[in-house]
Write a protein that binds this ligand. Structure first.
Ligand SMILES: [Zn+2]
Length: 281
């Protein structure tokens, strides 16, 4: 099933999407760059290789295996509800996304997990290649958490694969540096996470990073009041304040970063506007 769904459909879709978004962000840039684009492409792709390998050989097979086992155990919400199969598919998709919203908050709030997630946030620019800049340790942690979520929800192997493809596509989209027509983005943002919304999550201001945790659907942040849209994109400085020295952010340092002493977040000031729900250009 992994071969027929993920490899035959998912991978070409994700590669095609990458090519389109890459070209769009080249032509319509949202935020100014502070680093050389090609150097970042190189660093982010090398850092992503172990994480990608783990995704394909360990993460996806173990999630699908667990979901298949659970079809026999019949554990989880979907096995308790006697609903139409289509409705079950929708509920599963939405709840898998909710579990990833919670996981993303845990990555920020639990010091052991932040050690790994910080590697992703040290990127000094934000674009589609940031979507690949994850430490492989984060991938291992997510196997445990997402495995539990799959069991509790009672997700089927097919839904696990469909959600995974959608998750990767959404991550490419919201990390991209594409300047979309403002009204179109505002309309899309009522339902899904968009580049401006996620750009605020990568700010060096703590209050801004501590917002916009959603992955696909943006309403999790609205429901939990963790949404913040009132920041102009050209006011955002991307990164983590204590890791702002470009020369220290080498491939070697990024890979060993979780095993070193993690610097505390020292904030700079910004006056906050009250209306957090008002998206700004
Ligand atoms: Zn984050």
């Amino acid at each position: 099933m992994i071969k027929s769904i993920f490899d035959s459909y998912g991978t070409p879709i994700l590669i095609g999407l990458f090519a389109i978004l890459f070209l769009l962000e080249t032509k319509f840039r949202l935020r100014e760059r502070v680093q050389s684009r090609w150097k970042r492409i190189f660093i982010n792709f090398i850092v992503s290789i172990p994480a990608f390998a783990l995704l394909r050989v360990l993460f996806i097979p173990s999630m699908v295996w667990l979901a298949a086992q659970n079809q026999q155990w019949k554990f989880g919400l979907n096995h308790l509800l006697d609903l139409h199969p289509w409705l079950i598919l929708v509920i599963t998709f939405v709840l898998l996304d909710y579990s990833n919203y919670i996981w993303h908050i845990m990555l920020h709030k639990i010091p052991l997990l932040w050690r790994f997630h910080v590697v992703h946030h040290t990127d000094l620019d934000l674009d589609i290649t940031t979507a690949f800049r994850f430490h492989f340790g984060e991938m291992i942690g997510s196997i445990l958490f997402r495995g539990v979520a799959i069991i509790l929800i009672g997700a089927s192997p097919l839904m696990v694969l469909i959600y995974e493809i959608a998750f990767e596509a959404a991550s490419q989209f919201h990390h991209s540096n594409i300047k979309m027509p403002f009204r179109l983005e505002k309309a899309l943002n009522y339902l899904i996470v968009t580049p401006r919304m996620h750009g605020i999550h990568h700010s060096i201001i703590k209050k801004e990073t501590d917002s916009n945790y959603s992955i696909i659907f943006s309403f999790w942040d609205r429901i939990h009041k963790t949404v913040r849209l009132n920041v102009h994109q050209n006011e955002i400085v991307t990164g983590v304040p204590q890791y702002a020295n470009e020369r220290e952010l080498t491939i070697g340092n990024l890979l060993k970063m979780p095993f070193t002493k993690i610097h505390e977040w020292k904030d700079s000031e910004r006056t906050f506007d009250e209306n957090v729900n008002q998206m700004k250009q």
